[in-house]
Design a protein around this ligand. Structure first.
Ligand code: ADP
Ligand code: ZN
Ligand code: ZN
Length: 749
């Protein structure tokens, strides 16, 4: 439609009231309004931000109700059609109002009209670009004994251009030299957007020569035409990141506008990777996107991606919603990681949206993992995804660690009791490492000192007053804390029920492990990394630095230490208590356990020193553990798939989970039962609607929760039902006092 002829703007607003809202375009703004533009509109008695999704010539809104659009944001270029289409798809697939998808996808500052004028003021920095054909002259003019100047010249030649900060990092007197070269006509000055340069300036590092399997993978990615979903399957250390970097280099070199999006699971992994990318591509504008950034920085990075200035965008799951007008390649590292699933608001899977975006744009998407999700593995097995495999560890001297089990039943028969959860063989293995000056990593996915406090005399347990959960003992902080609702209280001196002073900590968390290790190995340097020890900003980085610098002998940690970090001197990984994951009713528990253990195991023996992994367990026969001993992901995954197929579970069926919470369980259940009646009336026999059940943790923060699963062999049939069913649920009288939500493809049920 011609913008000049349109008089009506369809505007998405961030409100639960489903539809789009029509506003008339006043004469003063005629011709300036386009789809994808941020605007402000009157809504009730307020002015609110909105996003124009379409223009129209007429509206059903009666003339006396129709209001004028207030202002148009002209400092931010309109979002493009592809981005709006992504929003529409997500709204439809996850069954949310469009406005509740589109506006929250923007960084907070972009949703705040008061800050729009500030976003227009872009600050620039100076960069120098080498002129065509000037390299030879430049080299010929180099002074003979000035290594700094030579470094500078070589970086310019290698990358075509350098920004001022990177240049000064290479050679302190760079400025004078660069200006002289400009005068000689070899360089030209350029301006670049400043926010992009918030990366540590690093000198370019030459890439390693790829081995054959890596070459084949890069070749497959870069030669693909059109939509090409691929699984990059390789154990930790097999060189997947190198494959990403090479494929990225090729795609960026081929098209001077191309943008590459790389997703990573965790914020605490991005600094390392960011530095590695910056070192490899010192001339490429790199933007990072994650929720830990200051608002202003995040807005600037997002806009750099939106304007096409950022060529590489590195981010966590929220980056999948970034506007990337020239997107040419998507990389999803550790694609199996559950943090790709957003757990509130729009409950999207960033990995699934990545595949959708690649399809929409007709580009390759690479899903990398040592332990792919069974959904991805199945598609690869079916041939829907192309599989690229890296079989060996990349560094010549790195071999896969030996994995062994410590049978805790046997330990008991031998009457060798655990010492705060540590078995004699594990303690001995640690002692050996200490003697040799090597590092040990102990993995225990439970923070705090002990998961519960108990009275030996009357059996009292430290329950949370607001949740159906126990208060966790935090000894250094002298508190009992609920990990679900945040409730805190002082540690009681005696049993609140019977007055007995003999109350004891049951079970083990990382703090207790640390206390025991300090007693066992007084000479060792011990560090603990978990959400408690790293609460202050920067402490996690500092602790990891100490480990890398060899200032730590034993590192204890939760899943925070399991991922991404390349610990060169760790030769022993101890898994203290994997058994707590074995009794889950969740059908994905085995899959998640296998992935987690494979990840921690991957921390051992990365450079030359042979690594060993010791797993303490009472259930050595469990298939996940047996497969792990053989490093056999394929066998494990195929066996799991066969079981899932038999049971009709995902990926052989599609699920949606309706959850409801109310002050009382009965209220939540009543809503779900009414919703079930509605669904039964709408559903054919292709969709199966299960009974409502209380959630395994019924109460959190004084709200009680129940859930109901809906499943089908056909994604279409399920989607079809949901589209008709959700509006019906909205009208149910039983929804009074109930907070309810629908989750598509739930990860935990
Ligand atoms: P992954 O991402 O699979 O864990 P990385 O790409 O980080 O693996 O590689 C692991 C280590 O091996 C890194 O230190 C990396 O620099 C090195 N590496 C990767 N590919 C090669 C190669 N072809 N030759 C030598 N070293 C390599
Ligand atoms: Zn008691
Ligand atoms: Zn609680």
């Amino acid at each position: 439609m011609n913008a000049a002829g349109a008089v009506i703007a369809r505007v998405a607003l961030d409100t639960p009231a489903g539809e789009l809202f029509d506003y008339s375009i006043p004469a003063s703004l005629a011709g300036t309004v386009q789809p994808g533009q941020l605007v402000t509109v009157p809504f009730g008695r307020r002015l609110v931000p909105g996003l124009v999704t379409a223009l129209a010539e007429s509206t059903d809104v009666p003339a006396d109700k129709l209001r004028d659009l207030a202002t148009v944001c002209d400092s931010i270029p309109p979002l493009d059609r592809a981005w709006l289409a992504l929003g529409r798809f997500a709204a439809r697939y996850y069954h949310r109002p469009l406005g509740e998808v589109l506006l929250p996808a923007l960084p907070p500052m972009l949703r705040d009209p008061a800050s729009w004028p500030r976003l227009a003021q872009r600050s620039h920095v100076l960069a120098y670009r080498l002129q065509e054909g000037a390299a030879a002259d430049l080299l010929a003019a180099l002074p003979p004994r000035a290594p700094g100047v030579r470094r500078l010249a070589e970086a310019l030649i290698a990358h075509g251009s350098l920004d001022e900060r990177a240049a000064v990092a290479l050679y302190a007197q760079a400025r004078t030299r660069l200006e002289a070269w400009c005068t000689a006509g070899w360089l030209v000055r350029e301006q670049r957007a400043a926010a992009l340069l918030d990366v540590r300036a690093a000198s370019a590092t030459p890439p390693p020569a790829l081995h054959a399997e890596q070459c084949a993978a890069v070749e497959a990615i870069t030669s693909a035409t059109g939509f090409a979903p691929m699984l990059l399957h390789g154990v930790t250390g097999s060189g997947k990141t190198e494959v990403y970097l090479h494929a990225m280099a090729e795609v960026l070199a081929r098209d001077p506008a191309a943008q590459v999006l790389m997703l990573v699971p965790e914020i605490n992994l991005t600094p390392q990777l960011e530095a590695r990318i910056a070192a490899r591509f010192p001339h490429m504008p790199l933007a990072t996107l994650h929720s830990g950034l200051a608002e202003q920085v995040r807005a600037m990075q997002w806009l750099a991606a939106h304007r096409g200035e950022a060529r590489i965008v590195l981010g966590t799951r929220l980056a999948i919603l970034a506007s990337l007008p020239n997107l040419a390649l998507i990389l999803v590292d550790e694609e199996h990681d559950t943090s790709y699933k957003q757990q509130e608001g729009l409950r999207y899977s960033a990995r699934d949206l990545a595949v959708w975006r690649a399809k929409q744009r007709g580009i390759p998407v690479v899903l990398g993992s040592a332990t792919p999700s069974l959904e991805t593995w199945w598609r690869a097995r079916q041939g829907a995804y192309c599989t690229l495999t890296l079989r060996e560890r990349a560094q010549a001297d790195a071999v896969l660690p030996r994995i062994g089990l410590i049978d805790l039943n046997l330990e008991r028969q031998r009457q060798r009791p655990l010492q705060d959860g540590l078995s004699v063989p594990l303690i001995e293995a640690m002692r050996q490492r200490l003697a040799r000056g090597e590092q040990t990593l102990l993995f225990l996915n439970r923070r705090g000192y002990a998961p519960v406090l108990s009275c030996a005399s009357c059996g009292w347990l430290s329950g949370c007053p607001r949740c159906s959960a126990y208060l966790v003992l935090h000894k250094p902080e002298r508190r009992l804390r609920c990990h679900h609702c945040g409730w805190e209280e002082r540690i009681p001196h005696h049993c609140p029920d019977c007055g007995n002073v003999d109350i004891a900590a049951l079970g083990h968390g990382t703090q207790r492990l640390e206390e025991r290790l300090v007693a066992l190995f007084p000479e060792a340097r011990i560090a603990r990394i978990d959400a408690d020890s790293t609460r202050r900003k920067g402490t996690a980085e500092a602790l990891f630095e100490e480990v890398h610098a060899g200032q730590v002998d034993i590192l204890i940690g939760t899943q925070m230490i399991a991922k991404g970090h390349d610990f060169q001197r760790v030769t022993l990984v101890g898994v203290v208590n994997p058994d707590q994951a074995m009794f889950s009713h969740d059908f994905r528990a085995a899959e998640h356990l296998f992935a987690a253990l494979m990840q921690v195991a991957g921390r051992a023996g990365r450079a030359g020193l042979p690594g060993e992994v010791l797993i303490q367990t009472r259930y050595g026969e469990a298939s996940a553990l047996q497969a792990l001993l053989r490093h056999d992901y394929d066998g494990f995954a195929d066996a799991q798939l066969a079981e899932r197929q038999q049971a009709g579970l995902p990926p052989f069926s599609y699920q949606a989970l309706l959850t409801a919470e109310h002050r009382e369980l009965a209220g939540a259940q009543a809503f779900l039962r009414a919703a079930r009646e509605e669904a039964l009336a709408l559903a054919g026999d292709t969709v199966h609607i299960l009974d409502p059940v209380p959630m395994s943790m019924v109460r959190i923060a004084n709200r009680e929760r129940a859930q109901m699963l809906v499943e089908s062999d056909s994604r279409m049939a399920l989607q079809h039902l949901l589209a008709a069913w959700m509006p019906a649920c909205d009208r149910l009288p039983q929804r009074q006092g109930v907070r309810w939500q629908l989750e598509i493809d739930p990860l935990r049920i």
